[in-house]
Design a protein around this ligand. Structure first.
Ligand code: AMP
Ligand code: ZN
Length: 458
């Protein structure tokens, strides 16, 4: 079996062939660092971490995930709080990496910061102007969409349609409304860098094109991100890079993850249903969050709910239950191979539901085994599969004792149970239900009996 990946550009699942035999390059659009990552932001980080682990089995991978540390949203956040931009971006970049590490996301090989690559962005913009694909107007530099015939190829959009239904900013200095910003002027208070077009800052799209070229080359193997990035971000990255590089392909495979909703509702600030990873991992072990994100196929929509968290927790209980009490010698563990069926499922466009079904088949075989040697060998294979998927990283006894990071302590649980009792006494049923749901997310089941409320870890 060879690795098969679904490519957005070709709209099909196709065998993966890297440009350069044994070496693979992958770029994932990273966070804009001015607040905490929500659970939707964690989906691409976790899914493409799994792909990176899979690629590393066969290839020498260079995986870049950038940090966007210059952006109008960051400027606005700094203006609002009065905190210097550099402090905000340094803090949220650190927190992002800590939160993702709690979900088992391994650090990328390269983590380029936009503000450290302004010179390569300026050089790319100069090239685009020289080739007739960009123009300067009132301190701005814009990409001339008309100059690139293939524009719309990734998102399958028709240019005429786009103009008709366009919501892009119409500005007097633009030749056409759909032309997008490569460079824009900065006021004295805004962060800015000297450039041939005056003091200013880059647009978001050019940041990724320039950083990808600098660290991975003109043509990269895999470019990944969430579905919402297909248009305009990736369409624009693709146009810029191809035009700067004489038409050379930008990414050989474009991968996009589906969207995550919460209780069947789109996450939004106005609804107050934005779930931050930072908060979730206070009461839910990172491995549970990771598996809940991997339980759906990455291209499908995923609904985040108390049930989804509980299902992931129960699945991990079954896996930990199978290996519990089996002492696997280091050399047996080191020599164990991931079962072929699990690798095959993952190499089939990262089919995680199938891979998990195979993981359970292995757990069932281990549960049935009696011979100590066979049990050791099967348990070692479970751990090998866990290493590949970023699961089974805790000690089984600690797992069942609730001593895994993220599991709430007895005091925290009892405080929440008491708050729920208080809400019930006040007949505030909505608040009481909210506490019950929160406890459920933490893997705690409560029962109301004649002698009061009891709870247990489910
Ligand atoms: P942003 O910081 O908005 O650029 O998002 C960072 C990454 O998270 C991008 O790859 C987005 O496509 C992805 N993303 C944002 N919201 C969601 C969501 N609700 N579900 C899945 N992916 C998302
Ligand atoms: Zn990007």
């Amino acid at each position: 079996m060879t690795l098969q990946l679904h490519d957005t550009l070709r709209g099909a699942k196709i065998p993966f062939e890297p440009l350069d035999g044994g070496e693979v390059t992958m770029y994932l659009c990273g966070p804009t660092v001015y607040n905490y990552a929500h659970i939707g932001n964690a989906r691409p980080a976790v899914v493409f971490d799994l792909l990176a682990r899979l690629l590393r089995r066969r290839y020498k991978l260079t995986f870049a995930r950038n940090i966007t540390d210059v952006d109008d949203k960051i400027i606005a956040a700094s203006r609002e709080s009065g905190e210097p931009i550099g402090d905000i971006t340094a803090r949220y970049a650190r927190i992002y990496n800590e939160d993702m590490a709690a979900l088992g996301v391994q650090p990328p090989d390269v983590e380029p910061y936009a503000t450290e690559h302004i010179d390569v962005m300026i050089a790319m913009i100069e090239k685009l102007i020289a080739k007739g694909h960009a123009y300067e107007a009132e301190g701005h530099v814009l990409f001339d969409v008309e100059s690139y015939d293939a524009y719309g190829e990734l998102s399958k959009r028709d240019l005429r349609e786009m103009v008709a239904g366009s919501r892009v900013e119409v500005a007097p200095y633009k030749k056409a409304a759909r032309d997008f910003v490569l460079w824009k002027p900065s006021t004295d208070e805004q962060p800015g860098w000297d450039s041939p077009w005056g003091r200013g800052r880059p647009g978001w799209h050019i940041e990724c094109s320039a950083m990808a070229e600098k660290h991975l080359g003109k043509t990269i193997d895999i470019h990944a991100g969430g579905q919402d990035l297909v248009f305009p971000h990736h369409e624009n990255e693709c146009a810029q890079s191809r035009c700067a590089h004489g038409g050379a392909p930008f990414a050989r495979y474009w991968l996009h993850n589906g969207f995550l909703s919460v209780d069947e509702t789109k996450m939004s600030k106005s609804l107050g249903n934005v779930l931050l990873v930072h908060d979730l991992i206070e009461t839910i072990p990172g491995e549970v969050v990771r598996l809940a994100l991997l339980n759906a196929h990455y291209r499908q929509p995923l609904d985040w709910s108390a049930e989804a968290i509980q299902a992931a927790r129960r699945m991990l209980d079954r896996l930990y239950g199978a290996v519990r009490g089996i002492d696997v010698p280091d050399e047996v563990r080191a020599a164990a191979e991931v079962p072929e069926a699990i690798v095959a499922a993952l190499e089939d466009d990262i089919n995680t539901p199938k891979a998990m079904a195979e993981f359970f088949a292995l757990a069932r075989a281990l549960n049935k085994a009696n011979d100590p040697g066979e049990m050791e060998a099967l348990a070692a294979r479970m751990y090998a599969a866990g290493d590949l998927m970023g699961l089974l990283t805790n000690d089984p006894e600690a797992w069942f004792a609730g001593h895994v990071e993220g599991n709430a302590s007895r005091d925290e649980i009892e405080a929440l149970v008491a708050k729920r009792d208080g809400a019930r006494a006040n007949k505030d049923w909505a608040a009481a239900d909210a506490y019950r749901d929160r406890l459920k997310d933490m893997g705690i089941t409560i029962e109301d009996g004649p002698d009061g409320t009891t709870w247990r870890r489910s």
